[in-house]
Design a protein around this ligand. Structure first.
Ligand code: NAD
Length: 527
């Protein structure tokens, strides 16, 4: 389906208004934003400089104190209103996401709902995650201990282009609920989604200065941002993640890093092949494969391999590519020339090394300048680039395995560890196998949505896929400093006057022995 009606969605008025949301203290060079569907210019934003970051952090910091003093229930109500705003502006947001990121409308819809789920979750559960909590004191009856969680101050968020709405805003929501301010640095390619989302936050009741947006190049803004905020949330490539981690280390700023993946799906002999095909096709080509948790490697038991490949290829060929702002096309565009170059290079390398291109393997310029056909590779050698490096495009390899052990071994044969899935009729077996896969998340009989929507459970990567987690308690407590307050009853724990140290030490040892016994006898003993 060729490009249609996709360039008219951002009016001059809207563009100017959104540009006004960028913090900059002087005129800056323009950074051009283009629609991947057509290559046409959507607009420009300022290429901010370090002075702009300083101003953004100063402004957010000044607003943060009042925000943190508001009752947490008030902040939670703002998040719920924000969820309503997002739903109320659904059509407009979907247009904007598609316009900037070139994705299919259904993919845009997934990320819009993700924003709503996160806002709703942290509004409901966030207050409990950061509430002051009684802890076991060192000495029962004598010591009480309470854990408090205070906002860190200002959180810096550096985000990628692939899910420009939800990644710009969803990781910020728990930070705000915890009482922080925020400075957001969206990807160069997708600043307008971030700017619109921040407008909706303000409409929902977030104080105007609390969330600041700086646009421009990560290489220019990374250091000034990381050196001046109190926590860094980074989502992007492993390569940039290493730079961010070293800057955070240099400035002793805590950080979470959500990075790349080379995710595997494992299809066992007892899987329902038709469901496994439906799930893995969706999991491989969602967002044209530009999804951190999409599959790039599928390992299939040899008993069902031929049937699986045949059906997978048929289902892939049935996918409709298109540049339309309507629901309809299954697969959208790649986001930029760099992404297209990577995809083409990986497929060319696979061909050179003897892989079979079962379907796809070519650009589709008649649909749009950056479209690439969903591609299935078989016979892919282990040392091919597409077997080892993240492609981040609509390319997946399918490989037969002799048994579940080999499947696990091959799934784990990567430096990454973000996400995986297991397909089997036996859910218990699937869950047991999931526990053997080195990844931050594993879906049994699902591609990724069930896990992604489980906002109460942590999500993130191991090894080169990242440090830290989003979602759940982990996803909000990281934005707090904990403080422990202990109160001592009767008398302070100091050596008794006149008592020899040897006797005091023996007495303390005896007490600890007694305490350990008590705690073994009763889980509450010695609290
Ligand atoms: P990228 O690393 O090129 O850019 C991400 C962000 O980092 C951008 O805003 C960019 O401007 C900024 N940046 C660049 N250089 C910087 C520097 N020196 N200091 C600080 N910031 C800098 O990634 P991308 O191409 O935008 O996104 C694709 C990658 O993101 C893929 O590898 C994908 O797997 C990963 N990703 C991971 C997750 C996850 O949750 N694990 C989610 C989405 C995307």
């Amino acid at each position: 389906m060729p490009a249609s009606n996709v360039s008219s969605s951002l009016s001059e008025r809207t563009r100017t208004r959104l540009q006004g949301g960028v913090t900059h203290v002087a005129d800056r060079d323009p950074l051009t934003v283009r629609s991947p569907f057509t290559g046409e210019e959507i607009g420009t934003v300022p290429a901010c400089q370090s002075a702009d970051v300083a101003e953004a952090v100063r402004t957010a910091r000044a607003a943060q104190t009042d925000w943190a003093e508001r009752p947490v229930e008030e902040r939670a109500a703002v998040l719920q209103r924000f969820a309503d705003e997002v739903l109320d502006h659904r059509e407009e947001l979907l247009d904007l996401v598609q316009l900037e990121a070139g994705k299919a409308r259904l993919d845009a819809h997934v990320e819009l709902l993700d924003v709503v789920l996160n806002a709703d979750y942290y509004a409901r559960e966030g207050p409990g995650h950061v509430a002051s909590t009684r802890r076991g004191g060192g000495f029962p009856l004598l010591t009480t201990a309470v854990e408090h969680h205070d906002p860190v101050g200002v959180v810096g968020l550096v985000e990628p282009w692939n899910y420009p709405l939800t990644l710009a805003i969803s990781d910020m929501l728990p930070a705000l609920l915890a009482g922080n301010g925020a400075v957001l640095k969206p990807a160069e390619a997708t600043p307008f989604c971030a700017l619109r989302a921040v407008e909706l936050l303000v409409d929902a009741g977030v104080p105007e200065d609390l969330v600041q947006v700086v646009t421009g190049h990560g290489s220019t803004l990374g250091e000034p941002l990381i050196s001046s905020v109190d926590y860094v949330t980074f989502t992007g490539s492993t390569e940039t993640g290493r730079t961010v981690a070293s800057l955070a280390g240099e400035h002793l700023v805590d950080a979470s890093l959500e990075l790349g993946g080379k995710n595997a799906a494992v299809v066992l002999a007892d899987a329902d092949v038709s469901q496994a095909v439906r799930g893995t096709v969706h999991g491989s080509y969602a967002n044209a494969g530009q999804l951190c948790i999409s599959f790039e490697r599928i390992f299939v038991h040899e008993d069902v391999y031929d049937e699986f490949v045949d059906r997978f290829v048929d289902a892939t060929e049935a996918l409709d590519l298109g540049a339309s702002l309507a629901f309809g096309p299954d697969v959208g565009s790649l986001v930029g020339q760099h992404q297209l170059d990577t995809v083409e290079a990986h497929v060319a390398d696979a061909r050179e090394r003897g892989a079979t291109v079962e379907t796809g393997g070519r650009r589709r310029e008649e649909v749009g300048p950056l479209f690439y056909e969903p591609t299935v590779l078989t016979d892919l050698p282990d040392d091919a680039t597409a077997a080892c490096e993240e492609t981040f495009g609509p390319v997946v390899s399918i490989t037969p395995v002799a048994d579940a052990d080999e499947a696990v071994e091959r799934a784990n044969d990567t430096d990454y560890g973000l996400h995986a899935s297991v397909w089997t009729e036996d859910a218990d077996r699937g869950e047991a196998l999931a526990r053997r896969i080195d990844a931050g998340s594993v879906c049994v009989n699902d591609a990724y949505l069930g896990m992604w929507a489980s906002t109460d459970a942590p999500m993130g990567g191991v090894d080169d896929s990242g440090i830290g987690r989003r979602h759940g308690a982990d996803g909000i407590r990281k934005y707090t400093e904990s403080q422990t307050v202990t109160t001592q009853r009767l008398h302070p724990l100091v050596p008794v006057d006149g008592l020899p140290n040897r006797v005091a030490a023996a007495g303390a040892t005896l007490s600890i022995r007694a305490l350990r016994r008590l705690r073994r006898l009763s889980p509450l003993g010695g609290r």
